[in-house]
Write a protein of this length. Structure first.
Length: 271
């Protein structure tokens, strides 16, 4: 176990934890936006957080690939599989942590959205204003413990079930896309470059599904809440659906990791 968990693996795990946490908390921006009635600004903040997380995924790929160089000879595949499964497990922890911090960041993002509006949409100005002792104290004052009464009114009827299933699939693909592609380069070393490049295609397809079928649903719900506050429970249900399905998706990634890797290896040889 000591050999398995290296300093580089811990660094990547910390990086992945932060990225997953950001992605999970991003879903709270629309709720925050409807609370302060600045939904367009909230969507802008959501888009910024998503772009940061997607770019961070691109940075993760070369860092994760370098773990292969440290694997012991004669046991590379098993060693890397165990390390990559640990990284997938870290994403599950990141989602759980995001769920626990959800009420806190609804309040933090509510204040941030108002300040963004006052700063004419400048995120650098927003960071400059809050990255000091006073700003940190304000954020700490927003800490809220998750309570079950947040789920009041949410039923099976208010939860979009098809959206839940779709996001499980998208999350599983995103979570394992890079890792399976790198692992495929070990399975089929003669097609290593093609396998590594396949991660962009895999994540690209998942992004298209996310953009076409999932994100618009949230925007429509947010608009309906703005005109009819009685629809707020549906927006809460959507947020719960997204974070819970994201967690289930990270668990599903453990199941599809190896099959996806062998599929990518086959695809790389086929093209």
């Amino acid at each position: 176990m000591a050999e398995l968990i290296t300093a580089k693996l811990l660094l990547i795990a910390c990086f992945l934890l932060i990225v997953t946490l950001i992605e999970t908390l991003a879903y709270s921006t629309r709720i925050a936006g409807t609370r302060v009635r600045l939904i367009a600004t909230a969507i802008s903040l959501f888009s910024t957080l998503v772009i940061v997380s997607r770019f961070s995924t691109m940075i993760q790929q070369p860092m994760t690939a370098k773990l292969i160089n440290e694997a012991p000879e004669g046991n590379v595949m098993k060693f890397i599989e165990e390390q990559y499964r640990l990284l997938i497990g870290v994403t599950s922890i990141g989602v759980l942590l995001g769920m626990l911090l959800f009420p806190t960041f609804i309040l933090i993002f509510s204040k941030a959205i108002v300040q963004m509006s006052e700063q004419r949409g400048s995120i650098p100005a927003l960071f400059k204003k809050n990255m000091n002792l006073r700003g940190i104290k304000r954020m700490l004052s927003c800490i809220r413990i998750p309570r079950f009464n947040y789920l009041k009114g949410i039923t099976l009827q208010t939860i979009p079930k098809r959206l839940f299933c779709l996001n499980v699939i998208v999350t599983a693909v995103f979570t394992t896309g890079v890792l399976s592609s790198i692992y495929a380069s070990i399975i089929a070393p003669e097609y290593a470059q093609a396998a590594l490049m396949s991660s962009g295609i895999i994540n690209g397809v998942a992004t298209i599904i996310l953009t076409l079928f999932i994100d618009p649903k949230a925007s429509v719900l947010a608009d309906r809440v703005m005109t009819n506050p009685g629809k707020y429970i549906y927006l809460k249900s959507y947020s719960l659906t997204m974070v819970s399905s994201k967690f289930v998706g990270t668990l599903a990634a453990q199941i599809i990791f190896l099959p996806a890797a062998y599929y990518v290896a086959w695809f790389a040889s086929w093209i």
